[in-house]
Design a protein around this ligand. Structure first.
Ligand SMILES: [Zn+2]
Ligand SMILES: [Zn+2]
Length: 282
């Protein structure tokens, strides 16, 4: 199992040390784990790594790499925030730290009136002003050339009807391959709440994202996929990944990618060579 999206206490709103996350991931059957705590960023700076913590963060990962060598491959990642005007800040961070994997995600959208809408504020996601900006920012993220994958591009499915999200996502699909950026299949959509389209109430136990309808179109555009639990606690290590892949394979999903030293490695699903290919890199 590959898990390319996970958090530790370094993200502040997540729990568990690097060591605890790694141990839980090993127990869950993860063979390739990328730790992707929220990168330093001027917005919402209490909910992420501080620049002053980065050396400790990478030292913790390096220590775990040594301790768990042979049991699990551990990779150095960060989940970056994308907002207009953030390119220079993120580019500077990327230049200073050697990463295996850089996720670019949109968590905040500033709508007119200086209001910051967060993508987990479900009732606010369906507004036209928000949607226009979110997808404009997503296009800019894809064109920025900074990241290896887009994190949970389809997280809006928690609060917006699928046909609306897909209509806005579809024109952007050619940009993934053109910019060499992967589409993340984020398994946290299998356990997070979403809005019931009829009642508008928040409900649990419904698969909101990733979109199963979009998958064939992504594949038709030759988009590469990463997969991640987006665990924010050790108990969620690897969560949902097996269920997600079991559901997507019959729809045609053939391979999952992960990144090492910012280079993409494709692992075919259901291939007898897959486990060996992963193992040989350990
Ligand atoms: Zn995220
Ligand atoms: Zn995350």
């Amino acid at each position: 199992m590959i898990d390319s999206h996970s958090h530790t206490f370094y993200s502040k709103h997540a729990t568990g040390t690097v060591d605890e996350l790694v141990r839980a991931s090993v127990a869950a059957g993860v063979k390739v784990l990328t730790i992707t705590d929220h990168a330093p960023f001027p917005v919402d700076s209490d909910n992420r790594l501080l620049e002053s913590e980065l050396d400790h963060y990478f030292a913790d990962i390096e220590r775990a790499q040594q301790i768990y060598q042979g049991q699990i491959k551990i990779l150095r990642g960060l989940e970056f925030d994308y907002m207009p005007g953030s390119d220079a800040y993120n580019r500077d961070l990327l230049a200073r730290y050697e990463l295996d994997f850089a996720i670019g995600s949109i968590h905040y959208v500033e709508v007119p009136g200086n209001r910051l809408v967060k993508v987990w504020e479900l009732p606010r996601l369906a507004g036209h002003a928000f949607l226009d900006l979110y997808f404009a920012h997503l296009e800019a993220l894809l064109e920025s050339g900074l990241f290896d994958a887009v994190g949970h591009a389809d997280t809006l499915l928690r609060g917006v009807p699928e046909e609306i999200v897909l209509r806005r996502l579809e024109p952007l699909l050619p940009l993934f391959v053109r910019n060499g950026i992967a589409y993340e299949l984020n398994a946290s959509g299998l356990r997070k709440s979403s809005l019931d389209p009829k009642s508008g109430r928040e409900i649990h136990g419904v698969w909101s994202y990733p979109s199963r309808t979009l998958l064939p179109q992504l594949m038709a555009h030759n988009v590469a996929f990463t997969v991640g639990s987006d665990a924010h606690a050790p108990c969620d290590a690897g969560a949902g990944i097996v269920d997600l892949l079991n559901a997507l394979q019959p729809l045609g999903l053939q391979s999952i990618s992960y990144f090492e030293r910012r280079r993409r490695i494709d692992v075919p699903l259901d291939s007898p060579n897959a486990p060996a290919a992963v193992k040989s890199n350990q």
